[in-house]
Design a protein around this ligand. Structure first.
Ligand SMILES: [Zn+2]
Length: 75
């Protein structure tokens, strides 16, 4: 049950958004060597990494652009 509670907190933990007490709980639990949570922490790390990447603006090629404008005019 403890692990399910922690599962939702890893992203917040990595972003430093947890309270000091909650961060201490996470660190304490990770210190026990729980393999499940270590794996979830790795996944959360990837999620946080991807969320922090700057978004690239979408670029349509001229054919796609023309198709899109054509569809918009149909509405
Ligand atoms: Zn755990």
């Amino acid at each position: 049950m403890v692990c399910q509670y922690l599962e939702d907190t890893f992203e917040l933990y990595l972003l430093g958004a947890l309270s000091r007490d909650d961060s201490a709980s996470v660190e304490s639990h990770l210190g026990t060597g729980c393999a499940t949570c270590r794996e979830q922490l790795r996944d959360a790390g990837l999620t946080v990494y991807l969320l922090c990447q700057p978004a690239k603006p979408a670029r349509l090629n001229p054919k796609q652009k023309s198709h899109l404008f054509h569809r918009l005019r149909e509405k």
